[in-house]
Write a protein that binds this ligand. Structure first.
Ligand SMILES: C[S@@+](CC[C@H](N)C(=O)[O-])C[C@H]1O[C@@H](n2cnc3c(N)ncnc32)[C@H](O)[C@@H]1O
Length: 252
């Protein structure tokens, strides 16, 4: 079976999630508008603490179709977006080269609507590079970074702790990790023995917030923690409204 993030459905769902105008994503005035523009908010929410500058190098791990990667490039001089999905990276890279792509997204049933994903002309696309890769086995030679974004990634990894423990080696002292996730642990992606919290251990309920703190504590200080809602449109009358926890970590 084709992995979900390689399917036509996922590509169009994520192009809409990342680049859709508010009225395309949520055509209901009473809907949860504060959950729109999540890929942009993942970058901007902690901007005051990070103090972005053009001297910074940034990495967007699990970048999908790339909106946060481009948003990081508003501020940072060099940004790399890495995702496991070839289809997502192909779309992100076309956006880098062409600045826009046309796509269809689901209305309902077999009906679709037409959209155009566009990169703001104020963003220098030459600052951005996309590569297919595995967050748990990053290739040699990527260098080190001042900002790392991992948005909605850890609960899609086979071994999130292994990935988190490898971060210290690629983040410069004083650099930042923005970690956002709704902590939706599923055996489909992460074997139960590798879940980061969200479990009873020896009769004690261990939250992901607590387990994450334990894993990060050796190399990072927690700077700030907030709820970040997001909305993924499945079709015109069906949505996933979720609340990620956003945590900002500073490398010791
Ligand atoms: C829930 S999506 C989140 C995408 C994006 N960061 C966002 O917030 O919209 C999870 C992403 O992680 C990617 N992914 C899953 N496992 C990965 C891995 N081992 N290495 C890199 N990317 C991975 C998927 O292809 C998908 O794009």
């Amino acid at each position: 079976m084709t992995p979900y993030y390689e399917t036509d459905r996922a590509v169009s769902e994520y192009l809409l999630f990342h680049y859709g105008a508010p009225h395309e994503v949520l055509p209901y005035p009473d809907g949860p508008t504060s959950a729109l523009d999540y890929p942009l908010r993942c970058v901007s929410h902690f901007a005051d603490e990070i103090g972005y500058s053009s001297r910074m190098r940034a990495l967007d791990l699990g970048c999908a179709v790339g909106r946060s990667t481009f948003e990081l490039a508003r501020f940072c001089g060099e940004v790399i977006g890495i995702d496991y999905s070839d289809r997502f990276i192909a779309s992100a890279d076309r956006l880098r080269v062409e600045g826009h792509i046309a796509y269809s997204y689901l209305d309902h049933g077999e009906l679709t609507q037409e959209g155009i994903a566009k990169i703001d002309v104020a963003i220098d696309r030459n600052r951005v590079r996309f590569e297919q890769g595995d967050a748990m086995f990053l290739r040699d030679g990527l260098g080190t970074f001042d900002v790392l974004l991992m948005a909605n990634l850890i609960d899609r990894l086979v071994d999130p702790v292994k990935c988190l423990q490898s971060l210290a080696a690629i983040i410069n002292p004083g650099g930042f990790v923005i970690l956002t996730s709704p902590y939706t642990w599923l055996e489909e992606y992460t074997p139960r023995e590798h879940w980061l919290g969200g479990q009873q251990v020896a009769g004690n309920a261990i939250s992901t917030t607590a387990a994450l703190g334990n894993v990060m504590a050796s190399d990072f200080d927690l700077v700030r923690q907030d709820d970040l809602p997001f909305l993924i449109r499945e079709h015109v009358r069906k949505f996933q409204w979720s609340v990620a926890q956003g945590t900002l970590w500073k490398r010791k």
